[in-house]
Design a protein around this ligand. Structure first.
Ligand code: MEV
Length: 328
């Protein structure tokens, strides 16, 4: 039997970091998807092939080990914990194409985790509802990263455009208009792999919040207020407001300490090239930016590509998907 599964990466439009403190966030599923294929094998080994990273390693569920400790193979920890959550004994060959730019705050680890849990559970004839897939995937992210809101794993599981109310209630924003965005991302960013750096950045914000509560708590409160306002702006397709709110959100993320020179360069390059708004997306610290581009998409992509990388994305309606095939 062979099971394939895929799940989308995500971009946060509004509210990252504040969501860790129970505030709302708005995120979309990207058109880039992690792909996973699972087949059985005769021995009891579990081999993991991550094709776009050139990784071929064995993982040992019982002894909780991956055979490599090198940081760029940090993804294997997500793989180990994901497989463990729905599998026990038998041997497996697992093939993964991450596809989502890695370590850039675009939910690559969540996409791999969600797709793997869906594929391996289906392989084992376990019928998991989406809610359960999202719950298990969030648990894996918590185990590996120490900190994680359920946002990434929810978006990868359900797809679409989601308003996460109070960091937990999922409200799907069904809109009939496009939210045209360009994602800029850096290869040279701080994160080597869908990594524990999210945990570090969340931890750094926590320290700043504890060091300056009177200053940082209102910043988080402002992110909450602008996210609530952004929801209305998105529903009303108020392009000017969406752009302005993104720019404000970027300034507040800078205040939280997660900005970098590369991210700043991309954010301002996108604005100069015609984006209505642009901001860090995800944890920051070297990953990605999102630009709202009702006009001038091509110009923004071209300008970003001169300094880093960029792609256009639509909102992907599809969350996690699995296919089962009998093989002889
Ligand atoms: C990471 O993509 C977004 C953060 O808000 C952390 C989280 O929500 O898990 C920084």
């Amino acid at each position: 039997m062979q099971v394939t599964a895929s799940a989308p990466g995500k971009a946060i439009l509004f509210g990252e970091h504040a969501v860790v403190y129970g505030k709302p966030a708005i995120a979309m599923a990207l058109s880039k998807r992690a792909q996973v294929k699972v087949t059985g094998r005769l021995d009891k080994k579990i081999q993991v092939n991550i094709r776009d990273l050139g990784i071929k390693e064995y993982i040992n569920l019982k002894e909780n080990i991956v055979t490599s400790n090198s940081p760029e193979k940090g993804i294997l920890k997500y793989v180990l914990n994901s497989v463990k959550s729905v599998h026990q004994e038998s041997g497996l060959d697992i093939y993964i194409d991450v596809n989502v730019p890695i370590g850039g705050g675009l939910g690559s680890s969540a996409a791999v985790t969600v797709a793997l849990i869906a594929a391996v559970s289906k392989y084992n004839n376990i019928d998991l509802k989406k809610k359960e897939i999202a719950r298990l995937a969030h648990k894996v992210e918590l185990e590996v990263q120490n900190y994680a809101s359920p946002l990434d794993t929810i978006i990868s599981t359900y797809g679409g455009l989601i308003y996460l109310k109070d960091a937990k209630k999922i409200i799907s924003l069904d809109i009939n208009h496009d939210i045209p965005v360009v994602i800029g991302f850096t290869d040279s960013g701080g994160n080597t792999m869908c990594s524990t750096d999210t945990g570090k950045l969340v931890g750094a914000v926590k320290i700043r919040k504890e060091s300056y509560p009177e200053i940082i708590n209102p910043v988080i409160g402002s992110i909450e207020a602008l996210t609530i306002e952004a929801k209305e702006a998105i529903l009303n397709n108020d392009k000017k407001r969406i752009g302005e709110l993104m720019n404000i959100n970027h300034g507040l993320l800078d205040a939280l300490g997660v900005n970098t020179l590369e991210l700043s360069n991309m954010v301002y390059t996108a604005r100069v090239a015609g984006a209505s708004g642009s901001k860090i997306t995800g944890a920051g610290g070297g990953g990605s930016i999102i630009s709202f581009c009702p006009e001038g998409t091509e110009e923004v992509i071209a300008a970003l590509k001169k300094i880093e990388n960029a792609f256009k994305s639509d909102i992907s309606k599809d969350g996690v998907k699995t296919t089962l095939k009998e093989v002889r």
